[in-house]
Design a protein around this ligand. Structure first.
Ligand code: SF4
Length: 322
């Protein structure tokens, strides 16, 4: 099957949902060939061998009204995540300057919550103007569900990108969240795009979904023509409903990255939360399997790889950063 697909993909034919599903059921060392194929597709689509780096700040943490089953910040779960109101523009600027000094050029400000309150939106707009003036970072925000007007205000203030994960495939979403709908998430993506913002949207893998749900998510992202796709891997948090969820294995992660690459040949596939715990020593192989983006530094409620270690890993692999 891989041989036939190899020829089809080399000839520029798109992978079908049925083929993607069969590939996402490969096991053991069969996955190696899939990884090799996906790596080739990546190099065909992105000839420069660059990895797109970004870094985030958790600008407001906890107290969230939503019940996303994986999330430490939901008020429905009993976790040890911090709770604090939104940082001031000056506090966010201090983090942004450090990120810029480390060589990362994209900075995302993330707030917990279903959406953003008017007072916090005002603060965010002020922050965007300040960061545009004081840094040369490309700015991204992840503020939950937003309407068209809010998206336009963010774009006018100078935001470049809006981040809003789909989290899970439509066929699995109601197992993960009952306080808002999958469609509300899609609508936020459409609102951001309508305002002229670039969209960064992906999901979390290892939530208990099937390989078919993973393929469904990849094709949803393809349909929405997402530019940058964050791939998170569940790192079960004590106190959440998924605390005892079986961990996705390193080979399963490589398989799903490769399948996403075949379905989304032109998107940045960004390794994000859970990569360290999920891939363990196989982390560099993710870049051979199709990843070409990386969230460096800390995540929302868990610590990431040290920035310098990430940069060294990429340098050792002969990959440049952008
Ligand atoms: S993922 Fe976002 S919306 Fe869901 S509980 Fe966490 S902070 Fe709230």
């Amino acid at each position: 099957m891989l041989k036939i697909l190899n020829n089809e993909i080399t000839a520029g034919l798109p992978v079908s949902e049925q083929d993607a599903l069969r590939l996402n059921e490969l096991a053991g060392t069969e996955i190696y060939e899939l990884v090799t194929l996906a790596g080739r597709v990546t190099r065909q689509s992105f000839s420069e061998n660059k990895v797109d780096l970004c870094s985030i700040i958790n600008a407001r943490s906890g107290h969230c009204s939503e019940d996303c089953a994986f999330c430490a910040q939901s008020a429905h779960h009993n976790t040890s995540a911090s709770n604090y109101p939104m940082y001031s523009p000056e506090e966010i600027l201090r983090s942004a300057v450090k990120v810029e000094e480390s060589g990362v050029r994209k900075f995302s400000m993330v707030t917990s919550g279903r959406g953003i309150a008017d007072s916090d939106l005002e603060k965010m707009l002020e922050t965007i103007v300040l960061l545009r003036r004081e840094t040369s970072l490309s700015l991204c925000a992840s503020l939950g569900i937003i309407n068209e007007k809010q998206a336009s205000m963010l774009a006018e203030a100078g935001l470049s990108t809006y981040h809003h994960n789909l989290e899970a495939a439509p066929g699995y979403f109601d197992k993960i969240c009952t306080t808002h709908t999958y469609q509300e998430r899609v609508q936020t993506i459409l609102n951001a795009r309508k305002a002229g913002l670039r969209v960064c949207a992906g999901g979390i893998l290892g939530l208990g979904e099937s390989p078919a749900h993973q393929v469904e998510l990849a094709f949803e992202l393809q349909k929405l023509q997402i530019d940058s796709v964050p791939l998170n891997f569940l790192n079960p948090i004590p106190g959440t409903p998924l605390q005892n969820q079986r961990a996705i294995t390193p080979l399963e992660i490589l398989r799903v990255i490769a399948v996403f690459r075949l379905v989304l040949p032109q998107s940045i596939l960004r390794l994000c939360g859970g990569r360290k715990e999920g891939l363990r020593r196989l982390q560099p192989l993710a870049f051979l399997a199709g990843a070409n983006g990386l969230m460096a530094g800390d995540y929302l409620t868990t610590s990431g790889e040290l920035m310098q270690e990430d940069l060294r890993m990429l340098q050792d692999m002969g990959l440049a950063v952008s």
